[in-house]
Design a protein around this ligand. Structure first.
Ligand code: 5MM
Length: 346
């Protein structure tokens, strides 16, 4: 492992003013997104849609540091035969790859999941590196139980096995000279309040960093992709932007060592503007030991998907919508966003 080079890539992924586009929807997830805009999820349509994003010159060159791809996409070529990976590189961004293979039910823990994909991961990483991937992503999913009798979820079992797998993945990535994005996502579905989210996320992050240390992962050569401390979607009392920002910063300071170069949040089902406002408010607090940016999927793509709607004549509109969200989040990554900028663009 060349840690200096891993650190260089990790720092580039969190370049101030830029963040990561999570375009690694698995086949099932992209079908759901396409169903919502009445587009068939064929291989060509998935290619055309992602090509539209990667050819958005303004967004890609100014505000996007890296793109997380799905296995299908990393091997695909654009319509003119150029590998999609090359389009990303030509725009000055870094190609990355999702390497987990989804989730399976966790034995003895009804309702909970474990992320799988460690078998043959070393061989797969080698091929992804040859294709141009310089970072990878693995997402663990932790649910917070809702309703009566749900205090038992998440179990310590779910937290431990998922943290263990995240660290195994991260160690394998670094051995393959690939920067691991470590993504332990505590879901925001459910009726829990922000303090319950805080408490569960703290347990998850503490356990994750404990496993990373046990498995000798070099913190300087990784990026953390966490959820924010936020109210559950069905919680009657929704925390304000300021409360989310203050609690998330406090939480991360208590769990994430300063050796980690950067934290790139997932959006997790927040609206586009909420995800931007929260990131901006955290960066306005400032005095942080790591760079804070975005690694959004839905909060970057919902607008371009709607504008595109599968029609070739809508490609410029889709690219404008993508550039706008990328720019807003780029500004938020340095605390320079303002709600007024959204209205000006509209
Ligand atoms: C883009 O969605 C990613 C892939 O999800 P599936 O494996 O479930 O298809 C997802 O991991 C994503 O990278 C993160 O959850 C962040 O995306 P959001 O939409 O939460 O910002």
């Amino acid at each position: 492992m060349n840690l200096a080079d891993l650190n260089k890539v990790a720092l580039a992924m969190v370049t101030p003013g830029k963040g990561i586009l999570a375009a690694d929807e698995s086949s099932g997830t992209i079908k759901k997104r396409f169903d919502a805009i009445k587009v068939d999820s064929t291989e060509d349509n998935r290619r055309d849609y992602r090509e539209m994003l990667f050819r958005s010159q303004e967004a890609m060159s100014k505000y996007i540091s890296g793109v997380i791809l799905y296995d299908e996409t990393i091997w695909q070529n654009a319509k003119d035969g150029t590998p999609l990976v090359k389009l990303i590189e030509q725009a000055g961004a870094i190609p990355g790859i999702k390497v987990d293979e989804g989730t399976q039910p966790l034995p003895n823990c009804p309702g909970e999941l474990v992320t799988v994909g460690l078998d043959r991961l070393a061989e797969r990483l080698k091929k992804y590196y040859e294709r141009g991937a310089r970072f990878a992503k693995w997402r663990a999913v932790i649910d917070i139980g809702s309703g009566a009798g749900s205090r038992g979820i998440p179990t310590m079992t779910a937290i431990r096995v998922n943290a263990h797998a995240l660290a195994r993945y991260a160690a394998l990535c670094q051995a393959a000279q690939i920067v691991p994005i470590v993504e332990p996502e505590v879901l925001m579905d459910g009726d829990h309040d922000i303090d319950r989210c805080y408490e569960v996320t703290q347990r998850v992050l503490n356990r994750t960093f404990q496993e990373l240390r046990v498995q000798r992962v070099a913190l300087e050569g990784m990026i953390l992709k966490p959820n924010m401390a936020i109210s559950g979607k069905k919680c009657p009392k929704q925390a304000s932007v300021q409360e989310v920002a203050e609690k998330t910063v406090r939480l991360l300071k208590s769990c994430v060592p300063a050796a980690v170069p950067g934290i790139a949040f997932l959006s997790g089902g927040q609206s586009d503007e909420e995800a931007t406002a929260h990131l901006d408010a955290m960066n306005k607090i400032g005095h942080l030991p790591w760079r804070l940016t975005f690694s959004y999927g839905r909060a970057l793509q919902a607008a371009p998907q709607k504008a595109w709607s599968g029609k070739p004549e809508n490609v410029p509109a889709g690219q404008r919508a993508f550039s706008h969200r990328a720019q807003m989040n780029g500004l938020a990554s340095t605390g320079k966003w303002d709600a007024g900028l959204e209205k000006q663009a509209a």
